[in-house]
Write a protein that binds this ligand. Structure first.
Ligand SMILES: *[C@@H]1O[C@H](CO)[C@@H](O)[C@H](O)[C@H]1NC(C)=O
Ligand SMILES: *[C@@H]1O[C@H](CO)[C@@H](O)[C@H](O)[C@H]1NC(C)=O
Ligand SMILES: *[C@@H]1O[C@H](CO)[C@@H](O)[C@H](O)[C@H]1NC(C)=O
Ligand SMILES: *[C@@H]1O[C@H](CO)[C@@H](O)[C@H](O)[C@H]1NC(C)=O
Ligand SMILES: *[C@@H]1O[C@H](CO)[C@@H](O)[C@H](O)[C@H]1NC(C)=O
Ligand SMILES: *[C@@H]1O[C@H](CO)[C@@H](O)[C@H](O)[C@H]1NC(C)=O
Ligand SMILES: *[C@@H]1O[C@H](CO)[C@@H](O)[C@H](O)[C@H]1NC(C)=O
Ligand SMILES: *[C@@H]1O[C@H](CO)[C@@H](O)[C@H](O)[C@H]1NC(C)=O
Ligand SMILES: *[C@@H]1O[C@H](CO)[C@@H](O)[C@H](O)[C@H]1NC(C)=O
Ligand SMILES: *[C@@H]1O[C@H](CO)[C@@H](O)[C@H](O)[C@H]1NC(C)=O
Length: 484
């Protein structure tokens, strides 16, 4: 009996040492990125990397492709540059795998990442020979024989467009917080804000439009969609046919001979900015929106942005950033209790891009909103008679000097409700903690019983403790934990 138990302890120690050792080997190799990945490549995330684990690098050593750690325990595939905090490219930014040894990346002609614990399986669905990272950060699956490109990351931009990368009307740039997007129209570049959770394209706020000036070439009907591309000569060009631009949006480095790479990013404040790598840093080179109040939501919900004087609240409260203390409802159709704010000096933001109605009086304009439970507010200009309806939760409105521009807004009433919700949340948390403690206790007792039974069984027939794989993963986990 004693001998058997000693035997399994030794066996366990052996396996433990083996896993520590193989773990180390993996780590050594994984930290040395290579210039290409060929068929048969396999990699797993290594717990010793706390932000990025490089696997592949470009010929100049500027960019890396590898595992990006997000939120501590999640994993994305990304292309990064050491001096940019935000990656240049991310594989399917809507999903992530777990940073654990269960997650595996292989290259077998396709780049495939699998994570059974998060039910993630992504693939490039290709049959190439090599995976390479170009000196412009483009990740490509190529066929050796014909050197044809089977798949490239440039076809799937995230929030960044790189010099010479073609941005087509089938693509979108999406800011890393998921709130803003850039898309092409028939003859313009548009920026759009997500104004509610279930945002379909109809209910997006259109906040910036760059129409093609068509100085060098005109847009021809029926000649297909346009595309946009950063030209190394320092501009964002729009093209329809060939290489003659229908529009040239100049960067600061326009026609200045610079030796560096240009990128364009849709950032988390909704602005579109260009940067130039000058060999030592990414210098700001272009900004689509120059004034804070022209950004999509600079002051938060139920606020006012006044050029020259900044943010304030629609109800004159001084706690800017918390101009509404209630969770904003989806609409007012469920009989939500509400109060109303009426004030002058308010204008609809981006009104050139928003539909309006013409009414003969302020009352008529307000009435249209009052009667529609999906309406959150209205803005009336008593000079022009234009009436704008806000059909999404109120965001930052534009403050103007003209008191004849009248705003009407519905606000969810919340004071009493909020307190009871806090009480409820605390109550729920206490219950959750108790439930957790009970569960842990039950699992522990269950485990004790199970392991006693199991030991009895083992002592009966001398089988080794548990399947090999389980033991392996347990020791793996303990190694990972001791490394933190
Ligand atoms: C690491 O690389 C060495 C040679 O460079 C190789 O012999 C070894 O098998 C590799 N280890 C792993 C885990 O890939
Ligand atoms: C990371 O955490 C933030 C906030 O907790 C969350 O909004 C986001 O979805 C998380 N990202 C991933 C990839 O899990
Ligand atoms: C760029 O990143 C590298 C590596 O992290 C660092 O050594 C270098 O100082 C950075 N350069 C600048 C200008 O930040
Ligand atoms: C590569 O591996 C994936 C997942 O195991 C598999 O579905 C796919 O068929 C393989 N592709 C090739 C070209 O072998
Ligand atoms: C990038 O690679 C291309 C060929 O793939 C080459 O013509 C170009 O000079 C390289 N640029 C830099 C900055 O190394
Ligand atoms: C972008 O499109 C142009 C014209 O449509 C083409 O000539 C060029 O090769 C494309 N560039 C890339 C990087 O695919
Ligand atoms: C890439 O590397 C080259 C050569 O090392 C350097 O001149 C260039 O500035 C680098 N570009 C970026 C974007 O890091
Ligand atoms: C806020 O102040 C402005 C200017 O003093 C005034 O016109 C407006 O009625 C006030 N609004 C509210 C909701 O108190
Ligand atoms: C304005 O709204 C905020 C948030 O709902 C509230 O705390 C404040 O009391 C309100 N102020 C006025 C003057 O109504
Ligand atoms: C619009 O409203 C302002 C302020 O109430 C008033 O002074 C002005 O006469 C009005 N203009 C028209 C055309 O009604």
């Amino acid at each position: 009996m004693e001998g058997l138990r000693l035997n399994s302890v030794i066996r366990f120690l052996f396996l433990f040492v083996f896993f520590v050792y193989s773990h180390k080997l993996l780590q050594v190799n994984a930290s040395e990125p290579v210039l290409e990945l060929t068929k048969g490549f396999e990699a797993k995330p290594d717990s010793s990397f706390n932000s990025f684990q490089p696997l592949l690098t470009d010929p100049n050593g500027n960019f890396s492709f590898g595992f990006l750690r997000i939120n501590g325990s999640r994993l994305s595939l990304a292309v990064t540059h050491p001096n940019l905090t935000d990656p240049l490219w991310v594989f399917d930014p809507t999903r992530s795998a777990s940073w654990s040894h269960k997650t595996k990346l292989i290259f077998n002609g396709s780049l495939v990442i699998t994570d059974p614990s998060s039910r993630v399986e992504w693939s490039t669905h290709t049959n190439g020979d090599r995976l390479v990272l170009r000196n412009d950060s483009n990740l490509q699956v190529v066929k050796s024989s014909s050197s044809s490109v089977e798949w490239e990351s440039f076809d799937f931009p995230r929030n960044t467009l790189v010099e010479n990368q073609n941005f087509t009307s089938a693509m979108a740039l999406v800011s890393s917080n998921g709130l803003y997007s850039m898309r092409l129209g028939s003859d313009f570049i548009g920026l759009y804000a997500k104004v509610r959770e279930d945002s379909d394209s109809d209910s997006q706020q259109f906040y910036y439009k760059r129409s093609a000036l068509q100085a060098k070439a005109r847009v021809k009907d029926g000649s297909g969609p346009i595309l946009a591309r950063i030209n190394p000569n320092g501009y964002l060009g729009m093209y329809q046919i060939g290489n003659t631009p229908i529009d040239v949006e100049k960067f600061s480095s326009f026609q200045k001979p610079v030796n560096g790479l240009l990128i364009l990013r849709l950032e988390s404040d909704g602005n579109l900015r260009g940067y130039l790598w000058d060999g030592s840093q990414w210098a700001l080179n272009y900004e689509a929106i120059h004034q804070t109040c022209d950004l999509p939501n600079p002051c938060g919900p139920y606020s006012l942005c006044t050029p020259g004087s900044g943010c304030s609240c629609l109800n004159n409260s001084t706690v800017i950033g918390e101009c509404s203390n209630a969770a904003t409802p989806v609409d007012f159709c469920g009989g939500e209790k509400m109060t109303e704010i009426r004030r002058g000096g308010v204008e609809m933001p981006f009104k050139e891009l928003v539909d309006h109605k013409t009414t003969s009086s302020l009352g008529e304009c307000e009435e249209m909103c009052v009667e529609d439970c999906k309406c959150f507010g209205s803005v009336y200009n008593n000079g022009s008679g234009f009436c704008y309806l806000v059909n999404y939760p109120v965001r930052t409105m534009l403050g103007v000097a003209d008191p004849g521009k009248m705003g009407y807004f519905k606000v969810r009433e919340s004071v009493g409700k909020k307190k009871s919700r806090v009480g409820l949340t605390v109550g729920m948390s206490v219950i959750a903690v108790i439930a957790l403690v009970l569960t842990v206790a039950m699992v522990y007792v269950g485990f004790r019983i199970w392991s006693r039974e199991k030991r009895d069984l083992e002592e009966d027939n001398g089988l080794s403790p548990g399947p090999y794989k389980n033991l392996g993963s347990d020791s793996f986990r303990s190694v990972e934990m001791s490394r933190r």
